[in-house]
Design a protein around this ligand. Structure first.
Ligand code: NAP
Length: 274
């Protein structure tokens, strides 16, 4: 059991399709004691059975990361109910819909600020607020996407937010490294979740990625969960400041693989054809 004796909080479970749920499940399966959070009362009812299922029915706390008082209250609840923690997972992102399609030049300043606050600054704020209750050897994990590194159609504002998030991971890793706390990100391949549904033409992203990845398929929340568990556990005790790809290898491709038909004519693999 790689997480036996480890305690931590997972932020960003909306339902059982959430990447955060995959990570929480993998940690629970390896013996971790968990707490999880919900955004507002509407989600409290939805998350109660999920918390039960993860063995933390009595550790389900509200936390809208745009409200500093809720982050402070989360720390108090964790300290009261768990004493100290060994890890936290930040699996949270939001951008207003006008930032996720159309012309990049049309992104309103308010949308830009909201996306940066919820998707990036919240990681810094959580790290600052939870650090006093984190044990040395602790680990922080956030979720990114390749659209923060290269252009991806419609990812627009979230691409800029992920670039800032990945940079924040490196600066946080140096800063918290002196306290023995590690900070890493997983850059996951596209997965159909609630947040993903907000991205224009998301089903095309799924098809394109499956067709042009070395593994010729999309990834699952269980696969991201297992890699997340590794980064949160002592198995990765010398790994910090990394952006770890869990994307079937999509990010290594410089050009789509070409296949040849029976007449020797080249064609590009599509829809998972090999
Ligand atoms: P998800 O299930 O919709 O999770 C997103 C979570 O963010 C939800 O739990 C949402 O809460 C929460 N959230 C939004 N605003 C918040 C706020 N102000 N305070 C607290 N929580 C807030 O989608 P997901 O795909 O698993 O996303 C998790 C992370 O993975 C995100 O950072 C996303 O960018 C990243 N990621 C996703 C993919 C993908 O293809 N799905 C790929 C790479 C990276 P509510 O649902 O309650 O609003």
């Amino acid at each position: 059991m790689f997480m036996q004796g480890k305690k931590g909080v997972v932020l960003g479970i909306a339902n059982k399709k959430s990447i955060a749920y995959g990570i929480a499940k993998a940690c629970r399966d390896q013996g971790a004691e968990l707490a999880i959070t919900y955004l507002n009362e509407r989600f409290e009812r939805k998350l109660a059975p999920i918390a039960e299922d993860l063995g933390c029915g009595n550790r389900l706390y509200p936390c809208d990361v745009s409200r500093p008082e809720e982050i402070a209250a989360l720390r108090e609840s964790l300290e009261r109910d768990m004493g100290t923690i060994d890890f936290f997972v930040h699996s949270i992102a939001f951008a207003p819909k006008e930032g996720l399609s159309g012309h990049f030049t049309d992104i309103p300043k308010e949308a830009f600020n909201v996306a940066m606050e919820i998707s990036v600054y919240s990681l810094i704020e959580l790290a600052r607020e939870l650090k006093p209750i984190m044990n040395p050897g602790g680990s922080i994990l956030t979720l990114s996407y390749y659209g923060g590194v290269k252009y991806i159609p419609n990812y627009n504002l979230m691409g800029v937010a992920k670039a800032a998030l990945e940079s924040s991971v490196k600066y946080l890793a140096e800063d918290l490294g002196r306290d023995g706390i590690r900070v890493n990100a997983i850059s996951a391949g596209p997965i159909k979740t609630l947040a993903a549904a907000g991205i224009g033409d998301f089903s095309f992203m799924l098809k394109w990625t499956a067709a042009h990845s070395p593994l010729r398929r999309n990834v699952t929340i269980d696969e991201v969960g297992n890699s997340g568990m590794y980064l949160l556990s002592d198995l990765s005790s010398a790994v910090t400041g990394e952006i770890h790809y869990v994307d079937g290898g999509f990010n290594i491709m410089g050009m789509p693989a070409v296949n040849f038909d029976e007449n020797g004519k080249p064609h590009i693999a599509w829809n998972g054809e090999s």
